[in-house]
Design a protein around this ligand. Structure first.
Ligand code: VTB
Length: 323
């Protein structure tokens, strides 16, 4: 039997999937093999997802851009007999980070009602502006950087030199970095992992206030699911950095000027997100191994209730192997 709406709370089911994917990926930490990190997480994620009572279609299967092993777009996942949903996965956001043991890699899944997730097609980059609940409603991607930072600072009761903007360190974001510095706000540069960065911008305990800059489109959809749950806001715009991408946009009638909102990215009434740290980041610790034990740190979120749960799990590796 298929059901069209969520008929149970999926938060813990999804966290169990990201926990397993994170553990699988964490074995490869620092071993300079990004494909192995991804492959281990993808395999584990697919296996565990198929055990959940869901009728899921993968709308966002990270990997296209990097030619990484992936859960393919359009792939059916779940047991096939539960709620009909769209699924966005990033088995590891930050495979390169994990491969060198850098901070902020996580395993993440977002689920929403069928037909409600935005598909960016082959346009793999988006310009993004994301903030937490206090600053939701005051940002405007079409306005200058200065205006947005002043708005967020005012909404949060901060001076501009107390505001922290997290930016993916890429040459395409240099203009943003220059403008943020000119305004006098603080910057946190990251090498990868802007799903974690977007969530961090919406969580009070991280000291990060805004995510700005051009990053991956799949990561924007996942971040939007998180924003739906946390009451934050993300505004995006498709970004075409090459002639080929501009042609693709023109051929497919994709408007590169249009601001794509949180609700455009993830619509519907309900959404879930689960994420587990692979390496320690702004708001989740990474996987820790002990004798026959792995400890994971996860967060789960639900849009309709706004419930955010932090879960620490002690996994007995021997028992799970059936020893
Ligand atoms: C970001 C980052 C990801 O892709 O979205 C980035 O969050 C953007 O693409 O972890 P480039 O690396 O090509 O600049 C990732 O690094 C994953 O590919």
């Amino acid at each position: 039997m298929t059901v069209s709406t969520f008929d149970q709370n999926y938060a813990l089911d999804l966290a169990q999937v990201t926990e397993r994917a994170a553990i699988a990926a964490a074995h490869w930490q620092g071993r300079a093999d990004k494909e192995a990190v991804d492959q281990a997480a993808v395999d584990e994620m697919r296996l565990r997802l198929n055990a959940i009572r869901l009728d899921g279609v993968v709308v966002i299967g990270e990997g296209e851009k990097d030619r990484a092993p992936m859960l393919h777009n359009g792939e059916r996942v779940g047991s096939g007999n539960g709620a009909q949903v769209d699924i966005a996965v990033d088995p590891v956001d930050g495979t390169a980070l994990t491969a060198r043991g850098g901070p902020g890699a996580l395993s993440v899944i977002a689920v929403a009602e069928r037909g409600t997730m935005f598909s960016p097609g082959s346009l793999v980059y988006m310009d993004k502006l994301a903030v937490g609940p206090e600053a939701a409603g005051v940002i405007d991607l079409e306005a200058p950087v200065k205006h947005n930072l002043e708005q967020v600072a005012r909404a949060k009761g901060l001076d501009l030199d107390q505001l922290t903007v997290i930016v993916l360190e890429r040459s395409r974001n240099q203009e943003y970095i220059r403008e943020i510095r000119e305004v006098g706000a603080r910057i946190r540069l990251i090498g990868d992992g802007d799903v974690s960065a977007a969530i961090a911008a919406a969580r009070p305990e991280t000291g990060i206030d805004v995510l700005m800059g051009i990053g991956g489109s799949p990561e924007a959809v996942i971040a939007a699911a998180a924003m739906r749950c946390m009451g934050g806001e993300i505004q995006t715009r498709l970004w075409a950095g090459t002639e080929q991408q501009r042609e693709y946009a023109a051929d497919h009638g994709l408007d590169l000027q249009r601001v794509i909102t949180t609700l455009d990215l993830v619509g519907g009434d309900e959404a879930y997100l689960a994420a587990t740290g692979v390496t320690s980041g702004e708001f989740l610790r990474g996987v820790e191994f002990g004798h026959d034990q792995a400890v994971t740190h996860s967060v789960t979120m639900q849009a309709s209730t706004g419930a955010i749960r932090y879960i620490t799990t002690y996994h007995s590796l021997a028992r799970e192997r059936g020893d």
